[in-house]
Design a protein around this ligand. Sequence first.
Ligand code: ATP
Length: 265
Amino acid sequence: MPPILTQLRRCSSRRSSVARNTAGDSLVSLHAVTAHYGSTIAVRAVDLEVKEGEIVAILGANGAGKTSTLKAIVGMIDLSGGTVRYEGRDITGLPPERIVERGISLTPEGREVFGSLTTRENLRVGAGIAGQRAYPERLEEVLALFPVLRDKLDVFGGLLSGGEQQQLAIARSLMSDPNLLLLDEPSLGLAPIIVERVFELIARLRDRGMTLILAEQNVDRALQIADRAYVFSTGRIELEGDSTRLRETGDVERAFLGLGVEDGA
Ligand code: ATP
């Protein structure tokens, strides 16, 4: 059976026994993670965990530390403190290529597709050196998930619409056959109807059992789809909890602004 489908089916059957994310093992966990850019502190002592089969939202305004937290997970930013564990192992300080090999993939903010490469070439790059033997199979699996890309295989990435580029960016991340997909603001800059399509796609991945971390400023949409959420402000977690509860309390807006909340969700 093809790798992504194998993965998704395996997760899918596992997911049903996970009782929609209230139990189950932690797939990735951050403990006291702190990161700087020079003298600027971007992430402050963040504790966060994601269980297998969950969608967890990381919410926050511009500069809140969402991207830096995702980068900390995939080894794209050096930590000044703390640890990142994945599947029970310490992956702190590993180079990004080793982390991708272990099954974590990041779709960066801004649909960073290669504009001068075709859709097919973008997807080939996504498979990485280690994935070249499995590339033809993976391509078919990914095209089954993103049928719109099949007609665009020979079109340059830069000529695709915004929505197609976002799908290509996510599809390219899936080419490395990840267990855990990190999506950095996938709805940013897209027309509302395209945002809906992107969220439908995320729901499809979720329904097939992928574990996802979704960094978003679109709070309402993110809380609709996520199981749990962490709200960041100036690099720290202001609020965390079950999405349904967070939607009911209305505390997210205050946490977003760094105003604190009276009691945790
Ligand atoms: P956005 O939605 O704007 O991407 P974010 O929540 O993802 O925001 P980060 O990009 O993680 O936030 O930024 C956290 C902090 O780190 C901010 O103060 C930001 O200005 C700073 N920062 C981010 N990238 C860099 C960089 N390359 N060099 C210096 N400072 C940076």
